[in-house]
Design a protein around this ligand. Structure first.
Ligand code: FE
Length: 488
């Protein structure tokens, strides 16, 4: 697997350094029992996961020869410890792993050797591909480390960062109307590094649809919860209801109601729920139930990619990022290194897609309606376990979250989790049919968005019981009306 073009040697080294610095920042305060943590199916023992990063980088950048041969590792039993394809998840707590310092020493030796190789050989086609693969793999695990810290109630990793202006940007209600048409779903061969599941761009037809300008917010989701959404069987799919019955879920996993106010656990603290942040830590079943309650639906991934990558009048041209081809910055999206947590959905206006959808990158991953599957002509890349084992029983998510490294993303990037996962940094945005031309609301959610706009008072900082009690109230005369769509 090679790349005809891509980063130069210095950039490759910088990517590896950046990923490692993030790993160390996430790992350095862990100690004692925190390094193994409880046995949960949704997390890895941190000590194992750290060592696995070194193993992966060594495997692909130093040991893999491209002809089926594999050089020996510099660490005894490395494959028996850290090969995620062969070491069963449940056994990872029982392995005689090197201790923390020895694990970090292994990571450093591997990185030193990889940097030496890049310095010696330059950015060869082979190294362009595999060094990027190793850097991206490490960044993905860093995102997983971050949500693992939330899952386990450890301290927030980005405590010092401030949301700044993004904290009070508010709601961003309303839909855009997208005419659809034929477009090329997936990555074009000249994209540079892509994963096998993005290959290759192929023609699909997208019907006209409406898409929310922003992901569903906490205040919107609270209206569903307070309307007995988790108790109403008719709102749930069969699989979703089975999950709800088994878990007893009655609200998003970290929500708790105290004195009539919804609060949430944020790492090791309990805080008020910001009303205009996107709802986060909801699974695909919860997203689908909300959609049914609101008279909406999840986007297909083709709709999501169409809305993120095309522009009015230029459906044949696809953007690398929703805002265009300019490199991501803190003005465009809430990705890793910007805020360190979610921000209001109206923030990051400069990152709007060509159709006016905001935050298609950043803040939260967005569940789509589609199961993760291969595109036509799929062929697995050398890292065969990346995509193919997960086809069929995982759902596709798009867009990246506040903990995703910007360099990882493009509008064709496909993430995937099983539909029951609530630990990941996922929310969703909704779609609806194109409304009739008489201007009548297309769905209940449009009404609820009006209600949300009506109750949003300057300075409202928390999701209060008062804010959620308006479900079902007709918007007052003169309430601000969200735009019905963009001019086509
Ligand atoms: Fe991995």
């Amino acid at each position: 697997m090679t790349l005809a073009a891509g980063p130069d040697a210095a950039t490759l080294c910088a990517m590896l350094h950046d990923a490692r610095a993030r790993t160390l920042a996430l790992a350095r305060d862990l100690s004692g029992e925190q390094l193994l943590g409880p046995r949960l199916s949704i997390v890895n023992p941190p000590l194992w996961e750290i060592g696995h990063l070194g193993w992966f980088q060594e495997h692909w950048c130093l040991r893999y020869e491209g002809d089926g041969r594999l050089r020996p590792s510099m660490l005894a039993h490395a494959d028996d410890f850290y090969n995620s394809a062969t070491v069963p998840h449940a056994t990872r707590w029982d392995l005689p792993l090197p201790d923390f310092d020895a694990t970090l020493g292994y990571l450093q030796r591997v990185l030193d050797r990889v940097l030496e190789r890049i310095d010696r050989e330059g950015a060869t086609e082979h190294l362009r591909y595999f060094a990027q693969l190793a850097a991206f793999h490490e960044e993905m695990h860093c995102e997983a480390f971050t949500y693992t810290r939330q899952t386990l109630g450890y301290a927030a990793p980005d405590r010092g960062r401030q949301a700044g202006a993004a904290a009070n940007a508010g709601a961003w209600p309303g839909d855009v109307e997208i005419p659809g048409g034929e477009f090329m779903l997936g990555a074009a061969p000249d994209t540079g590094f892509v994963f096998d599941n993005e290959k290759w761009a192929h023609a699909v037809e997208v019907r006209p649809f409406c898409m929310a300008r922003a992901p569903v917010t906490n205040v919107e989701f609270a209206a569903f919860v307070d309307d007995e959404g988790y108790r109403r069987r008719e709102l749930w799919s069969d699989a979703g209801w089975q999950w709800r019955e088994q878990t007893g879920a009655h609200a998003p996993v970290y929500w708790q109601k105290r004195d009539g106010e919804w609060l949430q656990r944020h790492y090791d603290t309990v805080v008020p729920i910001p009303p205009h942040h996107p709802v986060i830590h909801v699974n695909c079943y919860e997203a689908e139930a909300y959609c049914r309650w609101a008279g909406r639906r999840l986007p297909t991934e083709a709709e999501w990619e169409f809305a993120a990558a095309t522009t009015p009048g230029l459906a044949g041209c696809k953007r690398r990022h929703p805002w265009g081809d300019a490199a991501p910055s803190a003005r465009h999206a809430n990705l890793f290194g910007v805020v360190g947590a979610c921000a209001d959905v109206a923030a990051f206006a400069e990152g709007d897609s060509g159709w006016g959808c905001r935050q298609m990158f950043g803040n939260v991953w967005e569940w789509t309606a589609d199961w993760f599957g291969p595109y036509p002509g799929f062929e697995a890349d050398p890292y065969k376990e990346y995509s193919a084992p997960w086809f069929g029983d995982h759902k596709v998510l798009r867009g990246g979250c506040f903990a995703t490294r910007a360099g990882l993303l493009r509008t064709t990037w496909r993430n995937f989790y099983t539909p029951d996962r609530r630990d990941v940094f996922a929310g969703f945005r909704t779609c609806a049919p194109v409304p009739p031309s008489d201007g009548a609301p297309a769905s209940r959610e449009q009404g609820s968005r009006l209600r949300d706009a009506a109750v949003r008072e300057p300075g409202a900082a928390t999701l209060s019981a008062g804010a959620t009690s308006v479900s079902g109230v007709t918007p007052p005369e003169g309430a601000p009306v969200p735009p019905s769509g963009v001019a086509l």
